[in-house]
Design a protein around this ligand. Sequence first.
Ligand code: KIV
Length: 280
Amino acid sequence: MSNTKKKKMTVPDFQKYKDEGRKFSFCTAYDYTTASIVDESDIEVILVGDSLGMTMLGYNTTVPVTVDDIIHHARPVVKGAPNTFIIGDMPFGSYNISKEQAIESANRIMKETLCDCVKLEGGVVMADTIHAIVEAGISVMGHIGMTPQTATSFGGFKVQGGTPESARKLIEDAKALEKAGVFAIVVECVPSVVARAMREEIHIPILGIGAGPYVDCQVLVTQDLLDMYGDFKPKFVKHFAHVREEMIKGLNSFHEETLNGLFPTPEYSFNKEVDIPRLY
Ligand code: KIV
């Protein structure tokens, strides 16, 4: 079933929505079924994030995720969500060697998945690389603040920009990315006032995840917002439904009805009479 109200966003629409003061939202998907559900919802944007390393593959971090993993998961998402803008995440190690390596990885993600853009982590230090990818003709979304791929360097998944100096540095990161040509920036896990101050100094949209209310778009990982991922819950995650609980309830009902002989009833069986010849 498709959402007939929904018109697929384009890269220029991100700026248009911001300029018109029109908020939007994005979430993650890593498979066909989830993508088709998001496509049927009103959410405008899907990220095939390297968070799939944790939610789909069971790693403790996003670091082991490869370009092949992203491509493997993004293909069914693109197929399942034709009316939704789709971002392909660039995983750790796919853009930190050289500009050439970064362009090659971005080319693969775009050509082999047909995503609408790529996203990569890093501020000032990644600006030249980002500029090179943009010059190569690929739309790039930035990602600063708490950047999971390099989280070990700042002691784990922690709020960033909590001091005047680190807040200033984040704003300088955002300005460098804007100058490098990104069309929007994900800002993760920063105090609300830092995102607000950043918004006053850059013109492109800020897509906030744990960045408070003063941003242009809210982002959450689908497994978090639907309460499916049981390992931990960051402070900024609100559960908008309890899908894990519902799934366990459904699985247990199936199990119980199987044990009690209540499933399958004729409604769920093929009831045609067949006269089977005896062999003896
Ligand atoms: O991979 C991911 O899900 C992300 C979001 C946290 C923005 O990068």
